[in-house]
Design a protein around this ligand. Structure first.
Ligand code: FNR
Length: 367
């Protein structure tokens, strides 16, 4: 099989799993508890049908969208995933460069193995957002925000679905640690090397419970808005109720996400949660989605249901594992080409042509 070239995102997944050490493979793959939501994220897309329109002139097409006032060439960005140097020595820098070449948005995790400044230097032309975890040490948290601003990041993405750390049994079983030659590059001392210290279970879980402020509330969203000029997005909203609070506070965007099925198991698939959220706040804030995007048709469905763009987490990690920057670029190109073909086959020339009545739940056809 290693002689075949990977053509689909699923091919990259298989190749990456075979190549990675089991502990890293388990960390990247796993979801929380029974991994039901992890599975829903993909199966829910399969339950949605596309209703294509035919015989329309779709000979010239354009995938570009405007996100936070900036042109993005394809509405498929890269979600924040921690510790990317386990996948490839070039880690986040390679990932961010590939995203820049695709003309999209790269979100850097707080828990990155390349620092904010390294990623900014490696990918100066990429649109970069910084994902924030709030540390108990608020001065340190403020410094992260200031560093992201100084390094030219264009938005902050506050992860709001981590009021406890999801139970990922793969990591507990493997007694997951970050290999000690790698560091959490945004920090120094123990905050940088803590995830490499062996414990009775997942070293990441222990680190997070020690140093993160897991008890953040809407007041902390307001606090974050006060200390930064950048737009603040909230990532991990799954209900219309919370999306309305976020919009009332004046966030820049809402990322509909269940953290790739890694936090609350049996929470809905992101694509299932999207319609109520876009209906509730889509006219007030930009709504994005991540979770389970593996095909261009998934991107089409998310846009039809109100997302302005989508993000992929694991697929980028698989590309990175396969061969660094080029692998991520290939994965993004596959998704982009599939999305472009989907536009054509559904009778659309651009994302603006996608209408909500072009998708329907499978149950429509079994009545
Ligand atoms: C994540 N995710 C995540 N989210 C976040 O806000 N900060 C983080 O550091 C991480 N780290 C992380 C690591 C790994 C290995 C995975 C798989 C996920 C969640 C991520 O941003 C995103 O919500 C999901 O990955 C989207 O689902 P898919 O595309 O992986 O199906």
């Amino acid at each position: 099989e290693q002689n075949c070239q990977p053509c689909s995102v699923a091919d990259f997944e298989r190749f990456a799993r075979a190549k990675l050490p089991s502990s890293a493979a388990g960390y990247y793959r796993s979801g929380a508890c029974g991994e039901h939501t992890l599975a829903f994220n993909q199966s829910a897309f399969q339950r949605i049908r596309i209703r294509p329109r035919v015989l329309r002139d779709v000979s010239t097409r354009d995938m570009a969208v405007t996100i936070q006032g900036r042109e993005v060439k394809v509405p498929i960005g890269v979600a924040p995933t921690a510790m990317q140097k386990m996948a490839h020595p070039d880690g986040e820098c390679a990932n961010a460069r590939a995203v820049g070449r695709a003309g999209s948005v790269f979100i850097l995790s707080t828990l990155s193995t390349s620092s904010i400044e390294e990623v900014a230097a490696a990918a100066p032309d990429t649109i970069k957002w910084f994902q924030l975890y709030v540390y108990k040490d608020r001065e340190l948290t403020k410094k992260l925000v200031a560093r992201a601003e100084a390094a030219g990041f264009k938005a902050l993405v506050l992860t709001v679905d981590a009021s406890a750390w999801g139970m990922r049994y793969a990591d507990a079983r493997n007694k997951f640690i970050l290999p000690p030659h790698l560091k959490l590059a945004n920090f120094s001392g123990n905050l940088s090397s803590g995830v490499s210290e062996k414990t009775s279970g997942s070293a990441l879980q222990k680190y997070i419970e020690d140093v993160f402020d897991l008890n953040i509330t809407w007041d902390d969203v307001k606090w974050l808005k006060r200390i930064t000029k950048l737009p603040v997005m909230v990532k991990g909203v799954l209900t219309a109720e919370d999306a309305k609070i976020a919009a009332d506070i004046g966030v820049g965007g809402v990322i509909v996400s269940n953290h790739g099925g890694r936090q609350l198991d049996t929470s809905p698939a992101s694509i299932e949660a999207l319609p109520e959220i876009s209906k509730a706040v889509g006219d007030r804030v930009e709504v994005y989605l991540d979770g389970g995007i593996r095909y261009g048709t998934d991107v089409f469905k998310a846009l039809a249901l109100g997302a302005k763009m989508v993000f992929v987490g694991r697929p980028a990690v698989w590309g990175l594992t396969y061969n660094g920057e080029e692998g991520v670029k290939k994965v993004l190109d596959i998704l982009g080409n599939e999305f472009d073909t989907t536009l054509a086959l559904a009778g659309c020339r651009s994302p603006a042509d996608i209408r909500s009545d072009m998708v329907t739940h499978e149950s429509t056809y079994s009545k």
